[in-house]
Structure formats: C-alpha cells, structure tokens
Design a protein around this ligand. Structure first.
Ligand SMILES: Cc1ncc(C[n+]2csc(CCOP(=O)(O)OP(=O)(O)O)c2C)c(N)n1
Ligand SMILES: [Mg+2]
Length: 402
C-alpha cells in the first residue's frame, strides 16, 4: 500500500498518543490550577479544610471536641508507627510485600473513626491505617502481611473484610453488605475504600449507581493519592474533581483535604449519619498524596522525581494535627512522649504475638475459602499434602547422605 492510500486512523489524536508524549494541554492546565489552589489553602474552593497545613484553624465551628481530636491523633500515630516499623520488618525479612500508607493517615483514620464496630469496613491493600483504627488487632494485621492464615481470621466482634488486592471489587460487595443491613432494619452502614485508579474501573461506577438507585447505607471513600502505581491521576483521567463523579449517580459527592484529619472526620460523620438515618450513600474524595513507593518492592525513582512530590512533606497530616494540639494546649511535648512510648510498647507486644503464631502448612492456603470445601478443593489439598510429604522426605534423604 502506498503512503498516500493509507486509510485514515479513525481514532481521535489523543487516544493513540505514545506513552511518553505530552498529555492534552487542557488536562495539564486544569491540574496545575487545581494544585495551585490547594497550595493557596483552597479556602474558597470546593475542598473542605478545618485546619490549614500550618496548623491554623480555618473552621472553628467544625472542630470536634478535645477528646475526639486527641483520639484521632493517637490513631494516626499508631498507624504511622505501623507503617514505619513495617518498612524495617520488611527489610529484615520479617514482613512480606507491604503497601505503605505513610502520609495518608488523616485520609484513613479520620474516615474510619466515624464508624462503630457494628458497621462494615471494606479496605484495600493500602488501608491498614483504617482497619487498625476500627480495631483490627496489630498482631493479626502483621500476620496478614506475612501471608499467614492467622491474618485471614477476623475477630468475631469486627466486620472488617480482608484487605482487597483486586482493584474495585470491594465496591459492589460493600453495597451488598449495606443492603443486607437495610433489609434487616438496622442502622449499620458499610464503608468502602478505593483509590483514584480504582475509580476508573467499572465496578466503581456500577456500585455507585446501584447504591444510589437502592438508597444503600454506604459511605464510599475515594482516596485520591495522585498515583496508580506509576500513572499520575492527571494521566488517567481528565477529571480534576473526582467527587463530581457522584453527580452521575444522583448521590452527594464531597471533596475534602485528605491530609486534614479533622476535616475527613467531619465530612465522614455527616455521611455516616445520613446513611444511618435512611438518607442513602455518599462519595467522599479525600485529596492526599502517596509520598511513599507503591509497595515496599517498588522503586518510584523510575517514574517520578522529587519535583513531583514537592510541597507534600509540608502538608503532612500528623504534623498538622500535632501543631494544632500543641498550640491549643491539648497536648504537651511530655504527654506526647508518653503517648509515643505507649504506642511503641503496644506494637512490640503485638509483634511478639504475631511471632508466636505457628508456621502455616502449605495446604492451609486452601482453608477458610468455603465453609464446606468443594470436591476440587479437597483433591487439590490432597495433592499439595502429598507433594509436601515428598519434598520433606527428599530433603531428609539429602541430609542423611551429606
Ligand atoms: C483488577 C485489578 N487490576 C489491576 C491490578 C494491578 N494494580 C495493583 S495496584 C494498581 C493501582 C491502583 O491505584 P489506585 O486505585 O490509585 O490505588 P493506590 O495504589 O494508589 O492506593 C493496579 C493497577 C489489580 N490489583 N487489580
Ligand atoms: Mg492512587
């Protein structure tokens, strides 16, 4: 075929651009404006803040009582401690691949703190901080990230699902749990987490539509942390305000500073109350940032530079609430030191408990899937056990020969 007879490519210019080429100008400009608005404090924008990045109070009318503020700080510190110790344990070979969430504590703690233990929590792999806040024991959580079956059992008094690895599947399932509560006539709600990347999946949209149509008591938390592994939010969608996705389904959409625990707590409490009292679902976009790698096994220097992260250290959620509590006289450096010592001791005791769990056997990978195992699972179990016995005998034989 000669060049002049090449059929015209029917796709618009933007849909077949190579990965490395610049994005449409409109998307870049819109994102630059949104980021500048955040840096300016965003007080006049659509993103709610209660305290500014420097700790100054913007909305005194929305401050929760002192005990709640201290509770949120404690939970954020517990979460951060887990995240920091998680890195060390991974490097020591004492934890498996673990997705860090440091820098996103306000987004996870402020939201989960609005629930009670009668409510459901559907976390993603990123949401260890939310699960710990609702009461998931640290030892079980460590066991989960060790891929041990001891981490798969939920305590009987908690309705926290295991951390979801497949993106977005938790959203329709949370709607199902919420509808079950609605049918049983309780006031319990279901809260589900998702990332910016997950909000481009079909399951996200189906769940919002389903929840809106059936008035499900659901609170959808969309953590916009700027990245889906190596893809920045601005490259995967032209939308700059993901909370507006709620409009398409006729449900309230709220945008909140995800690094301000008092703001995330305020909007989530409102959404939970609305759901409990029959007002239906809400989508909350928490605007935050994944300052750490995607997982402990990821190397973000391959796809982003320090310039991409610029400004986010100064928006740190833990520091923000800390400065506020010290300024208000709700905490002193001495009382904080006691708190941190308590948290460290709690973690080390939980680590010792996790270390005491027996090593899993290979066939346990098939346990706890169904109450009654299927014939296929039974067969696979026998095969795995036979293989394990053969391997153990072979290893024993080698030892005896040596
Ligand atoms: C259904 C599905 N598709 C793809 C993946 C691979 N994957 C793992 S994490 C991830 C990015 C998710 O980004 P986001 O939703 O923004 O969450 P974040 O990691 O930022 O918390 C992808 C695509 C997956 N786990 N499940
Ligand atoms: Mg993300």
């Amino acid at each position: 075929m000669s060049p002049d007879t090449t059929p015209q490519d029917p796709r618009p210019e933007s849909s077949h651009r190579p990965e490395s080429s610049p994005r449409p100008e409109s998307s870049e400009v819109a994102y630059a404006a949104a980021e500048a608005a955040y840096d300016a404090g965003q007080q006049s924008g659509t993103m709610l803040q209660v305290i500014a990045p420097d700790g100054a109070v913007i909305r005194p009318d929305l401050l929760p009582d002192p005990a709640t503020r201290l509770h949120l700080y404690r939970q954020m510190r517990r979460a951060r401690h887990f995240d920091e110790r998680g890195w060390v344990l991974y490097r020591q070979g004492r934890l498996g691949v673990f997705p860090p969430f440091g820098g996103m504590e306000a987004s996870q703690v402020g939201t989960a703190a609005a629930l009670t233990k009668d409510d459901w929590l559907f976390p993603t792999y990123r949401d260890t901080g939310a699960a710990l806040t609702l009461g998931l024991p640290i030892a079980r959580t460590l066991a989960y990230w060790r891929t041990s079956p001891h981490g798969w059992h939920m305590p009987a008094d908690l309705k926290v699902l295991p951390f979801y690895i497949p993106i977005a599947t938790q959203y329709p399932q949370a709607v199902g749990a919420a509808l079950a509560e609605q049918r049983r006539g309780t006031r319990n709600v279901a809260m589900a987490f998702i990332g910016d990347g997950g909000s481009s999946e079909g399951d996200f949209h189906e769940a919002l539509n389903f929840a809106g149509a059936l008035n499900a008591p659901c609170v959808f938390i969309l953590q916009n942390n700027g990245w889906a592994i190596s893809v920045p939010t601005r490259h995967q969608t032209r939308a700059t305000d993901l909370s507006r996705r709620a409009d398409g389904y006729g449900i309230p959409g709220v945008r909140v500073d995800g690094n301000d625990a008092l703001a995330t707590y305020h909007v989530t409490r409102e959404a939970v109350e609305r759901a409990r009292s029959g007002g239906g679902p809400t989508l909350i976009e928490t605007v935050t940032y994944r300052i750490k790698p995607h997982t402990v096994a990821d190397d973000p220097t391959r796809y982003r530079t320090d310039a991409d992260n610029a400004g986010w250290d100064a928006k740190d959620p833990v520091t923000r609430l800390r400065v506020h509590l010290l300024a208000e006289g709700l905490m002193t450096e001495a009382s904080e030191a006691d708190l941190l010592a308590d948290i460290a001791a709690e973690f080390e005791a939980a680590l010792a408990e996790a270390d005491s769990y027996p090593e899993p056997t290979p066939a346990e990978i098939l346990d706890h899937v169904f109450a009654e195992p299927t014939p296929q699972l039974k067969k696979q179990r026998e095969e795995i056990l036979a293989e394990h016995v053969a391997q153990t005998q072979a290893a024993q034989g080698h030892k005896e020969q040596a």
